[in-house]
Design a protein around this ligand. Structure first.
Ligand code: UGA
Length: 446
């Protein structure tokens, strides 16, 4: 293997594109392939089709340096590179199972290139796929190409653990690299690749079976989501106990090294393009092999109820919501992204509208996506203060930094009723001005 082998990446969503851009920034030659021509045109000009901090700068440089090129021809992408990473989406299917349509079409595209290739080539599945999928993918490629996996080509399952909004950094500083391998040569190649990519920042590398790698990804996401649902359950308890505060409880348990401080931030629930679909898919995997997964089920159930806490607070403060003007601040599923997939804001806004409230929304980045989702059901504000002006109540749904610097005393003066619902524990309860009626997740009545 050359020190920095040229690689191709099939699927230029946030996983594939951030991976491509960070690899190119480390001097790798990367060929990107996607079926979406509009996306390829943007990338060719060094522009990102979505918002991800730090990505556009890397992209512009990668494209102008010539380290990142894109193509509409998968055969060309395979021919000119030593390994292909598949980073297509595996969204939720109709029955909750992972929908593998994009994976299958990427494999078909790849297979055509592989069939014509004389030299050994490594296929790396980086998409989140149910256990058994990677082994089936190897069989499919064997049938398509007449070649043998483990002899003429290699295959690895290499899950990613990137967080949206932090994907560039997570690519460059992973906690670990998990390599599921169909044979030793494939694993050796991928390990060497990561050594060349990450250099001194190389984390522990776990070499394992394809199925273990697939399961590690699902178990990882399920465990993280379970931590959040656990603390949200405790938050709901805290609210009924005078002088209790979930933030303090989380701090207290997070100091136990066996628990750790991360993913213990109580709020209106988890969303996004990964946790919701991955937990459902995991439940289906359990069903398919006849194993009940009660903790995963409870994790999902707690989360399905949690967003409606915002509406309950609003009703507790205002009574009937019909005709009441409610500002919803923060629509993205978390800060630093414009992504609204699986965002809890959707459930909250829809419920408020259903109850007859006049809803005005604002998000620093997600307004174009919000307009596609809510259409003319809601009003769109230009800024947080614009949304809050004249409102009967303001609900903070996403913890954007710009909300943290709002002075609640000033905010209260703009509102018709100074009612603030803090769905993400943005504000310090000790500093709330007496003019504000403040409701917060996990804060006991006092
Ligand atoms: C998640 C995982 O964190 C990544 O490791 C994984 O690679 C990714 O899914 C994936 O499978 O591709 P992501 O969906 O980008 O990443 O977002 P997270 O930062 O994990 O947040 C998920 C949701 O949990 C957000 O709605 C966030 O607001 C919520 N959350 C997170 C909490 O409510 N409390 C917390 O303490 C942490």
């Amino acid at each position: 293997m050359t020190e920095k082998p040229p690689v191709s990446i099939f699927g230029l969503g946030y996983v594939g594109l951030t991976f491509a851009a960070t690899l190119a920034s480390r001097g790798f030659k990367v060929v990107g392939y996607d079926i979406d021509e509009g996306k390829l045109e943007l990338i060719k000009r060094g522009k990102s089709p979505f918002y991800e901090p730090g990505l556009e700068e890397l992209l512009a440089k990668a494209v102008s340096d010539g380290n990142l090129t894109v193509t509409r021809d998968p055969g060309e992408a395979v021919a000119g590179t030593d390994a292909t990473f598949i980073t297509v989406g595996t969204p939720e299917g109709l029955d909750g199972r992972a929908d593998l349509t994009q994976l299958h079409s990427a494999l078909k595209d790849l297979g055509k290139g592989l069939a014509n290739k004389r030299s050994w080539h490594l296929v790396v599945i980086r998409s989140t796929v149910p256990p058994g999928t990677s082994r089936s993918a190897a069989k499919l490629l064997e049938e398509m190409t007449g070649k043998r996996c483990g002899v003429d080509f290699g295959l690895c399952m290499n899950p990613e653990f990137l967080r949206e909004g932090n994907a560039v950094e997570d690519n460059l500083n992973p906690d670990r690299v998990v390599i599921g391998e169909c044979d030793k040569r494939s694993g050796d190649f991928l390990e060497g690749f990561y050594k060349a990519f990450l250099g001194e920042r190389l984390p522990p590398i776990l070499r394992t079976s394809l199925e273990n790698a697939e399961l590690i990804k699902y178990a990882n996401n399920a465990f993280l989501a379970m931590k959040i649902s656990f603390i949200n359950m405790i938050a709901n308890l805290c609210e009924r106990i005078p002088y209790a505060d979930v933030e303090e409880v989380a701090r207290g348990i997070g100091l136990d090294k066996r628990i750790g401080p991360y993913f213990l931030k109580a709020g209106l629930g988890w969303g996004g393009s990964c946790f919701p679909k991955d937990l459902k898919a995991l439940l289906r995997v359990g069903e398919d092999v006849g194993v009940d997964l009660p903790l995963v089920r409870a994790t999902v159930e707690v989360n399905e109820r949690q967003p409606y806490k915002a509406v309950e607070f609003a009703e507790r403060a205002l009574g009937d919501l019909r005709g009441k003007r409610v500002a919803v601040l923060g629509l993205a599923f978390k800060p630093n992204t414009d992504d609204m997939r699986g965002a809890v804001s959707i459930k909250i806004v829809n419920k408020l509208v259903e109850k007859g409230a006049v809803v005005v929304v604002y998000d620093p980045k997600a307004m174009p996506n919000a307009k596609r989702i809510f259409g003319d059901k809601v009003e769109y504000a230009e800024s947080a203060l614009d949304a809050i002006r004249g409102a009967d109540c303001a609900i903070f749904v996403t913890e954007w930094d710009e909300f943290k610097s709002l002075k609640l005393g000033e905010v209260a003066k703009l509102m018709k009723n100074p009612i603030i619902i803090d769905g993400r524990r943005i504000f310090d309860p000790r500093t709330i001005p007496p003019t504000v009626k403040y409701y917060a997740i996990g804060l006991g009545w006092r």
